[in-house]
Design a protein around this ligand. Structure first.
Ligand SMILES: Cc1ncc(C[n+]2csc(CCOP(=O)(O)OP(=O)(O)O)c2C)c(N)n1
Length: 706
């Protein structure tokens, strides 16, 4: 056991203490002591909340026996602990300071340094995944952690905990599906207390245990108020999860307090039911009775333990109240983690390549250097390498690292994200079309919050690739409508660029696609990598006279081997050699349209244009935009998104806000021509929607002739 005194003297020391040998030496009296400590913390914090010392408290009373479940696990097994699992936290970490520091939102809180609500348990050191307020939202991540454990044959398991309400969430169902499909080392612990805030109705039809068995999990239902019985029951279940596959443990508990400090218990529960629950389902009473029967404790000893806990928690509470609040100055800390290694310059011989070839190359290069790297997604392990063939080379060179998934985008995200957290390195998920990101949206948003919420304790270096934009090959102006149609043609950037903590990339050339994808595998922040479908097989663009546009065409020359292109750096491409007439800020397929337009206008009117190809859409490279605008004094932002609340509008607005004085005419804006839900399939409507080089030319001629 870690020394309780050392562990509790400060957040840093707590992090340095290692929980060892917990599972091997179960002491029921010690477990009971942690349960009493949890109840005592609960009761004191409830009082402090009513005294107005902090804003919110959610308690553990009725769930303390969960310590018996945690005690049966190995210290290197990973956990999620939901907000009622304080006794489980205490068993694993021996840190009663943390929950009190969390309640007072003190800087010293080792879980989130005051950033998250209290009882949102989190500790990388103790393998407790960072809890989200969104009920059961950690479930898809748990699937990924367990997936990594199984792949690496570590012998560890993941124990996921939620209330009965949690079972109804999509997230829980994703974990259940992933765990049963892949037979993962997972225990899903359902702590049923019969309530979900004030709702006491059904969260599932029939029996949750039968349901779990139907899909191939081993499932058990039992009383959840006797910690010793829970310990004994969990030991073989943990062994089952480790060696055979998923387990669902359905525990019948009782909620002794209101849902939270914001709820009046008598407004929704009657006194008789509350009293009956307290009499029959109090884990302190039930586990205490068991220890009396076992002859391990006397009534007097239990009373003494309660008194000692009260004195200990009172002292901690006083100390913590004197600890500092975080400073507002640190507001922007721990939003992103960028690669720490220097840029790797290319050394391999260049070859003309499509973007699809470049992506294939990049995935193989990453896999060569990182034996744990894999790509997980629909069809990606098939001989074609996914529906677009992006993993074909990976399938050939490392067939076991291109893994086909069930059809569930949230599950794909969860597996890649959780595995990346377990391994501390990028694990890649592939979504066939960005349009289908929708089921994974919550999981993606939360992945981006992990570093911030845990104040840098945790990271989620997941790398998600997805095809975006319409089909067809090459620029719209050169090849016509692509026929992507509804559900296959969204650009998608606005879905991700509004998520702080998420890096969104969108390369427009094969050279950048390869280097950026490799670079994305080195970051500790989550990355969305948008691959424009029209660019997959596109050749370098040509102007109206059929001439190759040199500075752009060069980027179809892709070096062999490993190299990186830094993120957060836009690329400035000069078209023409005369006087700088204007700048075009763009990305993706519209970079090609912009190059064609610029080359055509330069051929007719002379001058030159700067294309600022953003490449990293968020956080974008403000310095390069600023430098280009201060020289060009005229700018157009070009995006293929429909004219709604889109990302391009944000870039345009940023330019107007920061460079109004530098402009000698209003910043222009070009986007999709309709406020349509999705781009139509039929050619005429599709062509009517997309901006092309002709639209850009009209603006550039204005720049050149005004
Ligand atoms: C996804 C989501 N929806 C709604 C809420 C609001 N909410 C907070 S706690 C809670 C009830 C959860 O019930 P249950 O899982 O049974 O746990 P209990 O609090 O009863 O122990 C709800 C609905 C939330 N936090 N997350």
């Amino acid at each position: 056991m870690p020394d309780q005194q050392n562990v509790t003297t400060g957040g840093q020391q707590m992090k340095e203490a290692v929980a060892t040998e917990q599972a091997s030496a179960f002491d029921p009296v010690d477990c009971f002591k942690q349960m009493i400590l949890a109840r005592t913390i609960n009761d004191i914090l409830k009082t402090r909340k009513t005294q107005g010392k902090f804003d919110f408290y959610i308690g553990c009373a009725g769930h303390e026996a969960i310590a018996g479940v945690i005690a049966a696990l190995r210290p290197d097994d990973w956990l999620t602990q939901y907000y009622r699992d304080l006794a489980g936290w205490l068993w694993r970490t021996r840190d009663p300071y943390a929950p009190i520091r969390g309640a007072y939102a003190r800087e010293t809180d080792p879980m989130t340094s005051g950033r998250n609500l209290s009882e949102q348990f989190s500790s990388r050191r103790f393998h407790i995944l960072p809890y989200f307020a969104e009920i059961a939202a950690l479930a898809p991540f748990c699937a990924g952690v367990a997936f990594a454990f199984k792949r690496e044959q570590t012998g560890q398991l993941v124990s996921f905990h939620c209330g009965d309400g949690g079972v109804a969430t999509n997230d829980f169902n994703v974990l259940y599906r992933a765990a049963t499909v892949h037979q993962l080392p997972v225990i899903m612990v359902v702590e049923e207390n019969g309530w979900a805030i004030t709702f006491g109705g059904k969260q599932w039809g029939g029996s949750v245990v039968e349901w779990a068995r139907g899909g191939g999990a081993h499932a058990v239902e039992m009383d959840g108020t006797d910690a010793v019985a829970l310990y004994e029951a969990t030991l073989p279940l943990a062994e089952h999860a480790r060696t055979k596959g998923p387990v669902l443990l359905h525990l019948k508990m009782g909620l002794l307090d209101p849902h939270s400090s914001s709820t009046d218990i008598y407004a929704y529960r009657d006194r008789a039911e509350i009293n009956k629950t307290k009499e029959a389902r109090d884990p302190i009473t039930n586990t205490g009775r068991r220890l009396l029967q076992m002859g391990l404790l006397t009534e007097a000893e239990i009373e003494r333990m309660k008194k000692e806990a009260r004195a200990q928690v009172t002292q901690i509470d006083e100390q913590v109240q004197g600890e500092p609040l975080p400073s507002g100055d640190r507001l922007l800390e721990h939003v992103y983690s960028w690669p720490k290694e220097p840029t790797v310059e290319p050394t391999g011989a260049p070859k003309t390549m499509t973007m699809l070839d470049a992506i294939n190359d990049a995935l193989v290069e990453i896999a060569r250097r990182d034996p744990g790297f894999f790509v997980y997604g629909q069809d990606v392990g098939g001989p074609r390498g996914g529906v677009f063939g992006a993993t074909q080379s990976l399938v050939k060179e490392f067939p076991e690292r291109a893994i086909s998934s069930p059809l569930n985008e949230q599950l794909i995200f969860g597996i890649a994200a959780g595995a990346s957290m377990a391994d501390g390195r990028a694990r890649c998920g592939e979504i066939q079309f960005v349009d289908y990101h929708q089921s994974m949206a919550q999981t993606a948003r939360l992945a981006a919050a992990i570093e911030y919420q845990s104040f840098g304790d945790w990271n989620c270096p997941v790398l998600m690739r997805m095809k975006s934009g319409s089909g067809g090959g090459g620029p719209v102006s050169g090849s016509g409508a692509g026929g992507g149609g509804m559900g296959h043609s969204h650009a998608g950037e606005h879905w991700f660029t509004d998520i702080p903590g998420m890096i969104t990339l969108c390369p427009s050339t094969p050279y950048d696609a390869k280097g950026l994808l490799i670079e994305a595998s080195r970051t500790e922040s989550p990355v969305i990598f948008l691959e424009r479908g029209r660019l997959y097989r596109s050749v370098a663009p040509r102007d109206a006279q059929g001439n190759v546009i040199g500075p752009v065409a060069d980027l179809w020359q892709v070096p062999g081997g490993y190299y990186t292109v830094p993120m957060r750096q836009a690329r400035r491409i000069r078209i023409g050699s005369g006087f700088l007439t204007g700048a075009i800020v763009t990305w993706g397929i519209m970079m090609l349209e912009a190059a064609i337009a610029a080359a055509n206008v330069v051929a007719q009117h002379g001058g030159s244009f700067d294309i600022v190809d953003l490449r990293t859409l968020m956080p974008f490279d403000q310095e390069t935009i600023s430098a280009a605008l201060r020289e060009a004094n005229r700018v157009v932002v070009v995006t293929e998104e429909p004219d709604y609340a889109n990302y391009g509008r944000y870039v345009h607005s940023w330019i107007v806000q920061h460079h109004f004085e530098d402009m000698d005419m209003p910043a222009a804006f070009i986007c999709g021509k309709g406020n349509v839900p999705s781009v139509p399939y039929d050619g005429p409507e599709e062509m009517a929607f997309y901006p092309t080089s002709k639209d850009i030319e009209a603006v550039l001629i204005n720049f050149a002739t005004a």
